[in-house]
Ligand binder design. Structure first.
Ligand SMILES: [Zn+2]
Length: 366
């Protein structure tokens, strides 16, 4: 279960594995976005993606492992990470704005760099936001008791944008990188990744798993959207993780437009949950998914333990990749593995989701 600390390392690993890499486009730092073509020739095709939230690295490792191990007659396209810049870590992202490699190993040292090198837009309550070069940077100081919810800094930036929009005005139309601040989480840590956010011209703060249904979209979601238009996947997976729940697991499913598709989506979801439980993993509860709010006040409904159906029209923020896949192409699942589990277990659960749902998919198209 390999952890990739640089995108070069990941690409080298894939090339050494003999994989054919399809170029999908480039990111603002010039990194190539790629898909691995594997599986057989049968249609409909399968799409597997991960890494739009770079801090959720077990998904990336699972996607890479699947690219090398999946045994299916169907065409398979694996996009191992949807955020190469974020995968490379916060120091790498900061260098894009600074123009030179920064030197820091603590939040205090990082805060000094942001204060001295950029235009400071916010600096209060252990949260610094600065504009350096063409990019925004944010540094939330982590709480040692893990009490911060997932995307703590991301939610905080959204709140700041809502309450004091003028402060973030210089960031409009830009991308912002946030230090994860996830001590004790294997594959991310305090600075090991850069969580990428996009600030719209209207001031809205969104991450890279959005923009799939918008005319304008950052390079990363646009590239995957274009790939989908080409391969028309009959089933799609996006492997995520969650910091909200120790080591528990839940499956994010999507209503299908056609009744027959819905039957298969439900069947695959049930098979995944059975396999996850049989593996000894624990399922998430409603509070894990809702962040503590009553479930009916969220955009999720639960059909059975561990299976949550996401309604993007209630959530807002446009369509994420699986919302988009379910509306245009077919079956779609997101995973959420608890990030405080062992890294190898998190990877294994991501892989188990895909292999189990693909068995049901193969039955459907037998
Ligand atoms: Zn995620």
């Amino acid at each position: 279960m390999k952890i990739f600390w640089t995108y070069d390392e990941l690409l080298t690993h894939l090339r050494r594995g003999g994989h054919e890499l399809l170029p999908l486009g480039g990111t603002p730092d010039g990194s190539p976005l790629v898909a691995v073509r594997t599986g057989g020739d049968k249609l409909p095709a399968v799409l597997i993606t991960a890494g739009s939230h770079s801090t959720e690295h077990a998904g990336v490792s699972a996607a890479v492992e699947l690219a090398g191990s999946l045994d299916t007659p169907h065409q398979v396209y694996v996009v191992p990470t949807r955020d190469p810049i974020g995968l490379n870590g916060f120091a790498y992202a900061l260098e894009l704005g600074l123009g030179h490699a920064p030197d820091f190993s603590t939040f205090d040292a990082l805060a000094s760099i942001l204060r001295e090198s950029g235009t400071v837009l916010h600096d209060a309550d252990d949260f610094i936001v600065a504009l350096i070069g063409d990019y925004g940077y944010a540094c939330p100081v982590p709480r040692p008791d893990r009490s911060q919810p997932q995307n703590y800094g991301y939610k905080r930036l959204q709140r700041l944008a809502g309450e004091q929009p003028d402060k973030l005005e210089p960031l409009r139309g830009r991308r912002l990188f946030m230090a994860p601040g996830q001590p004790g989480i294997e594959g991310s840590g305090d600075f090991g990744r850069a969580y990428t956010l996009i600030i719209g011209l209207d001031g809205e703060v969104l991450h890279l798993n959005r923009f799939h249904d918008t005319t304008w979209a950052p390079a990363e979601p646009r590239a995957v959207r274009d790939l989908m238009a080409q391969i028309e996947p009959g089933i799609s997976f996006d492997i995520h993780e969650s910091q909200l729940m120790e080591d528990r697991f839940w499956l994010s499913a999507r209503r299908q437009a056609d009744p027959e598709g819905q039957v298969w989506e439900e069947r695959a979801a049930q098979a995944v949950i059975r396999a996850v439980v049989a593996s000894g993993a624990r399922l998430a509860n409603d509070a894990d998914v809702s962040g503590g709010a009553p479930l009916e006040q969220t955009w999720f409904t639960r059909s059975e333990p561990g299976v949550y159906w996401l309604d993007a029209t209630v959530r807002g923020e446009g369509l994420n990749l699986m919302d988009y896949a379910s509306r245009h192409y077919g079956m779609a699942f997101g995973t959420e593995m608890g990030m405080y589990g062992r890294f190898a277990d998190r990877v294994r659960l991501g892989m188990l989701t895909v292999t189990t749902a693909l068995e049901v998919f193969a039955e459907r198209h037998a």
